[in-house]
Design a protein around this ligand. Structure first.
Ligand code: FMN
Length: 418
């Protein structure tokens, strides 16, 4: 039976375990480059045992960034910064993954700590005229109306995916994900809430998926065959007029025929004020839909959102519900999450996940756990100790999706807030 620490092979790439650091935008780039901060931060996660390490959404064009502080790979000058980071991740035993993104109508923003999701007007020196499938503003704190893309511009953006992929391969990335969630450009094409085009890119599900199939073809065309091509897809807009899970499953089937190797199941976020709490704040809240995609399409899947409790993360692999677990905030909170989880779950030699020279020292701590700030080796009591996180999370009984998941766990675990 596979578990969280079983290696995983997709195409010609093998991860040392099932744990991925989910892409997280850090808003710390200058001129769209990765620098010493990214080397430190991503290198530490690779050294901490993550099998797959994403940096963040990497823009394929300058106007595809969220803010002017966001990273890109739209220029050959940016390759070197990525290469340094990729080399570091590899030297620490991880596989480096890139998430190709374009923010569409959700770009031109300030950094979160300067004002949450506030948007800057096109005339602002740090803002720009956003582009999107249709001239419809997202609304709320993102009020500025994007300009509708022409078909020539769409063709150029498809080419930009390919050009960025070529640079990514040069930098050494061995895993490519197209970002089509969180209300960004590809997700906008997919969603009737953002896409009201009357040409071949709008209207029917076939037309709203055309952009994705063209992007997949363009990327696959320049990607060495051994490198996996994946997509983070917002499969549900949680809105009566938005994308539904059923139609997403149909579209993922088409994407599979166009070279999609794994679906990273996520949400659309194409409408202001969506009722997303049930999925995003419940432990394992996205697992049910991800498993549906896996079963109905017959494609490997991953998902994120509140999977940072080691026992839960392990079980979604053991129970064959997911192929990979993506961790966002847990990876921010703990660069050594995989080692920590291995210890809590009682796997032998958790220090084999860190570089061998550290492992040599750490293994010598046998019987003196407290001396190195390490939880006790037995999993039960130690798990409950650190599960203060679970105590603060919404209780599982309030969430029908998690309730269904909970049925699969022993009652004892569920009552602990799993
Ligand atoms: C600071 C931060 C930045 C994020 N940036 C991205 C991003 O660039 N691309 C993306 O697809 N998701 C992004 N996310 C979402 C995460 O990848 C992840 O899906 C989400 O945090 C849920 O997983 P978690 O519960 O493990 O944190 C971001 C999340 C955080 C906390």
């Amino acid at each position: 039976m596979p578990h969280l620490f079983t290696p995983y092979t997709l195409k010609g790439v093998t991860l040392r375990n099932r744990i991925a650091m989910s892409p997280m935008t850090m808003f710390r780039s200058t001129d769209g480059k990765l620098d010493d901060f990214h080397l430190m931060y991503l290198g530490a996660r690779a050294a901490g045992g993550f099998g797959l390490v994403f940096a963040e959404q990497i823009a394929i064009t300058p106007d595809g960034r969220t803010t002017t502080h966001c990273a890109g790979l739209y220029d050959d000058d940016q390759i070197e910064g990525h290469k340094r980071v990729v080399d570091m991740i590899k030297s620490m035993g991880g596989v480096a993954a890139i998430q190709l993104g374009h923010t569409g109508r959700k770009g031109s923003r300030v950094t979160p700590w300067e004002g949450g999701t506030r948007m800057l007007p096109p005339e602002h020196e740090a803002g720009w005229q956003t582009r999107a499938p249709s001239a419809i503003a997202y609304g709320g704190r993102l009020p500025y109306v994007p300009r509708e893309l022409t078909t020539d511009e769409i063709a150029q953006i498809i080419q930009d995916y390919a050009d960025t992929t070529r640079r990514a391969v040069e930098a050494g990335y061995e895993w490519v994900e197209i970002h089509s969630a969180n209300g960004y450009l590809a997700s906008e094409f997919f969603s009737p809430l953002a896409n009201q085009r009357t040409d071949q890119y709008g209207g029917s599900l076939e037309n709203r998926t055309r952009f994705h199939l063209e992007a997949l073809d363009a990327v696959r065309n320049v990607l060495p065959d051994y490198i996996p091509l994946t997509m983070r897809l917002g499969i549900d807009d949680l809105h009566p007029d938005g994308v539904t899970v059923d139609e997403s499953i149909t579209a993922i089937g088409w994407m599979k025929e166009h070279g999609l190797d794994l679906a990273d199941v996520a949400l659309g976020f194409n409408a202001d004020m969506v009722q997303s709490d049930i999925h995003t704040s419940a432990l394992g809240g996205m697992v049910k839909n991800a498993t549906r995609v896996r079963t109905e399409v017959g494609i490997p899947v991953a998902t994120s959102y509140n999977l940072g409790q080691p026992e839960l993360a392990n079980r979604v692999i053991e129970e064959d519900l997911l192929d990979l677990v993506y961790l966002g905030r847990p990876a921010l909170a703990n660069a050594h999450w995989p080692v920590y989880a291995a210890r809590l779950l009682g796997y032998q030699d958790p220090f084999s996940l860190v570089p061998e020279d550290w492992a040599w020292w750490l293994r010598r701590s046998r019987g003196a756990d407290e001396a190195i700030g390490w939880p006790a080796a037995t999993n039960g009591a130690a798990l409950r100790d650190v599960a203060g996180v679970a105590a603060a999370a919404p209780v599982i009984e309030e969430n029908p999706i998690s309730e269904e998941l909970a049925e699969q766990w022993p009652a004892e675990s569920a009552s602990d807030g799993l």
